[in-house]
Write a protein that binds this ligand. Sequence first.
Ligand code: FES
Length: 105
Amino acid sequence: MKNPLQVTIIDSFKEVHKINFKRYEYPNLMELIIDNYCEEIGDCGGRGMCKTCFVKLVKNPNKEDKDSLKINFTQDPNTMDYLLACQIIVDDCINEMTFKILNDN
Ligand code: FES
């Protein structure tokens, strides 16, 4: 049997959450975080306007390709340094990645 997909989230208090998910189980990473951890992010509901859902990719199993994070986005980001969780598609590409929530609220 295939291992479940898993993403690791480091929250604002530096607690580590390993979350199993199914491909396309959530519309985006922000919804996965809210459903599994309930951190207060995503004020605009995922429209890319509030900027409360910033995450930083801190572990990437695909890092051999420096120019591409191998993440599928609903909208391509302006920078790869800080990403909007609401624009990250929940699929196999983020399997085994670790994201840190940058929300200071
Ligand atoms: S939820 Fe508002 S920018 Fe991502």
